[in-house]
Write a protein that binds this ligand. Structure first.
Ligand code: SF4
Length: 335
């Protein structure tokens, strides 16, 4: 148990957590919506410092990140807890579990994780992933600072549900983000995640204005967020507010957790891919075998820069500086 960052005390012995948009006000003994931060005798504590629920080496493409150190592996760590409750969550066993009820923690320090990352083959850094990393903010921040000192990259895979001040404090230490944009209506967010859309859009803009690399993932769920005009509004917003170079991953949905709608039809994914490509330079289909729509193309001459077959990646026509070898156009891929 460790004192949390970003909270204030009220006159009645309550604490107000200011880490994420819920801003939970907690009486003594109460735990926040994320299930991992508790008012302990008038002090807000995190129950997951130095506690890892899952750790392993993954291809960086699995995060997914396609334009950040392609072909590398990344040591990936996750804990328990989440500040949203998505009815289609793929990791609900850890994301929707209270810290006090989880029995599979490894007690592991930031130092140990950094050591492990340095020993791992073909490894570029550490990814904070699997559950929602912002809910283990203090451990993430300390580990990322240490990793940075050792020359490792830090990657955050997140739902984007965080307040501006804690994100600002973290940004200097994070090299790349993949943020879920789960839909483009508040109705969807309220009904299927229990959260709100606007804080996620704020996070995306804040990251896009920083030096960190940004990619976005949208899980396409039939009948819930696959309406063409709603999708077009989302693509418009990404192109206008974040820029046409931000890679967008459109992921195929399969029944999970509380949702049992059938998997996304492939034709729908292709239709939305084509729509997105009208405004964005780099769109990819995920959770599906489609080499053509998993390839990075040069935005100028259309040469195949990076080809992918599942997690096998081949950098074909890209130089070390990220320029197309055929026409010299900068690709914005971080090699
Ligand atoms: S991080 Fe947890 S305790 Fe803090 S405001 Fe968000 S849900 Fe509430």
């Amino acid at each position: 148990m460790q004192e949390a960052l970003f909270y204030s005390k009220t006159t009645k012995g309550q604490v107000r957590c200011e880490l994420c948009p819920w801003n939970c006000v907690l009486s003594d003994g109460q735990t926040g919506i994320c299930k991992v931060r508790t008012n302990h005798n008038g002090i807000l504590v995190t129950n997951v410092y130095n506690k890892v629920a899952a750790i392993g080496s993954d291809p960086i493409e699995k995060k997914p990140l396609y334009h950040f150190h392609p072909g590398k592996n990344i040591l990936s760590v996750g804990e328990v807890g989440c500040n949203l409750e998505c009815s289609f969550c793929q990791n609900h066993r850890i994301s929707q579990c209270k810290a006090s009820e989880f029995s599979g923690f490894h007690n592991i320090t930031s130092n140990k994780i950094v050591d492990e990352a340095q020993k791992t083959w073909n490894n570029t850094g550490i990814a904070y992933t699997y559950n929602e990393p912002f809910t283990f903010y203090e451990f993430l921040l300390d580990t990322a600072q240490l990793a940075r000192l050792k020359g490792l990259k830090n990657v955050v895979v997140s739902n984007g549900y965080i307040n501006a001040a804690p994100l600002q404090k973290l940004l200097p230490f994070i090299d790349a983000f993949n943020i879920d944009l789960k839909a483009f209506t508040d109705d969807f967010y309220k009904k299927y995640t229990k959260g709100k859309l606007q804080p996620v859009l704020n996070t995306l803009k804040q990251i896009a204005q920083s030096p960190a690399h940004l990619e976005i993932t949208t899980l396409i769920i039939p009948g819930l967020n696959d309406d063409s005009s709603e999708f077009e509004s989302m693509i418009n917003w990404i192109a206008t507010e974040l820029g046409e170079n931000v890679p967008l991953h459109l992921s195929r949905y399969y029944p999970q957790y509380k949702l049992n709608a059938p998997p996304t039809p492939v034709e729908k994914l292709v239709e939305l891919y084509d729509l997105a490509k009208q405004q964005l330079q780099h769109v990819f289909l995920g959770n599906i075998s489609d080499q053509e729509r998993s390839t990075t193309y040069c935005k100028n001459c259309n040469a195949q820069l990076i080809s992918r077959n599942r997690y096998n990646t081949a950098i074909t026509t890209l130089d070390r500086a990220g320029n197309c070898k055929k026409c010299g156009t900068f690709s914005s891929v971080v090699i």
